[in-house]
Design a protein around this ligand. Structure first.
Ligand SMILES: NC(=O)c1ccc[n+]([C@@H]2O[C@H](COP(=O)([O-])OP(=O)(O)OC[C@H]3O[C@@H](n4cnc5c(N)ncnc54)[C@H](OP(=O)(O)O)[C@@H]3O)[C@@H](O)[C@H]2O)c1
Length: 271
């Protein structure tokens, strides 16, 4: 059933979240266009790179722009800080400015990495304290967005999405299929969420358009080790091949690095 005729631009629609989101929004009746750096022949995917000097979009045509496109790898942001800051901060802000000039509502996907992870279940009122470049870059864009009125922008911080297309899950599965060991941290915790939860949250935000900062996190924190054991519980090699390692060996098994958020979302109905 069509419930909207809003036009939505999804920047970075070919990744883990974008691929699922664009199908979801289509089903909800939004008119969606996605982007990828690669030129392909899919009708609703346009070629776009945050490094482009000029934009080929007429942003006026879109009611909403969802900014997913970024370098989403923590390690790459540490190894190439200048190159990744240009994409994740400078060029992202340039794109967002353009959207706002054309009155296009902006939703920016951020992360629990804007917090240090010293404690669990951060609230929207907690002060950010990023420990890596990936988190620092997200916090810089957030700061820029917070200058704008709440009916023009929304930052959605989410915890780790776990799905069959999550790179770590795919890598683990390949290894287990080949009867190889996988090593999972027992002292590093995540708070997994599903793609469905992310899609529903974004749909609620679009319908609401009155909250500047939202959080979506899982109900509980689990270690990577326990995630691996649960996710692959029915895999024939799981008992033999899932091995425990420590993220912070010097601190021993009693330390915990948290990665959770207290969920804070609009309560708009989904239909
Ligand atoms: N997945 C999670 O657990 C998670 C958690 C917290 C926050 N987030 C945030 O949510 C967003 C989406 O995450 P994801 O997991 O879907 O990421 P992903 O799988 O790595 O996908 C990234 C997307 O960004 C696009 N992209 C990369 N570089 C770009 C550039 N220079 N210009 C334009 N587009 C570019 C990619 O498109 P092409 O390669 O086709 O160009 C792809 O569609 C990211 O901003 C991420 O930081 C994700």
């Amino acid at each position: 059933m069509k419930i909207t005729n809003e036009k939505v631009l999804v920047i970075g629609s070919t990744g883990e979240i974008g691929t699922s989101l664009i199908q979801y929004l289509d089903k909800k009746g939004y008119e969606t266009i996605g982007t990828s750096r690669k030129s392909n022949h899919q009708k609703n995917i346009k070629q776009f790179d945050l490094n482009d000097k000029e934009y080929s979009f007429d942003f006026k045509k879109f009611d909403v722009c969802i900014v997913l496109g970024s370098v989403a790898k923590i390690l790459r942001c540490e190894e190439s800080p200048e190159e990744t800051r240009k994409i994740n901060v400078t060029n992202t802000i340039r794109l967002i400015k353009k959207c706002l000039e054309e009155n296009t509502y902006v939703i920016f996907l951020s992360t629990n990495c804007v917090f240090s992870g010293e404690k669990g279940f951060y609230k929207v009122s907690d002060k950010v304290c990023p420990m890596n470049n990936y988190g620092k870059f997200k916090a810089e864009v957030e700061d820029f967005l917070f200058q704008y009125p709440k009916n023009t922008v929304c930052v959605l911080r989410i915890t780790k999405v776990i799905s069959e297309s999550t790179p770590l899950i795919r890598e683990w599965k390949l290894k287990l299929d080949k009867n190889q060991d996988i090593f999972a941290f027992s002292d590093k915790y995540i708070s997994p969420i599903t793609l469905q939860q992310v899609n529903d949250a974004i749909h609620r935000i679009i319908r609401n358009k009155r909250m500047k900062l939202c959080h979506l996190g899982g109900k509980e924190e689990v270690s990577y080790l326990s995630l691996a054991k649960t996710y692959f519980s029915s895999h024939k090699n799981s008992k033999r091949n899932i091995k425990q390692i420590l993220f912070e060996p010097k601190k021993g098994n009693n330390s915990r690095i948290h990665s959770s958020l207290e969920t804070f979302l609009p309560r708009e109905p989904l239909e």
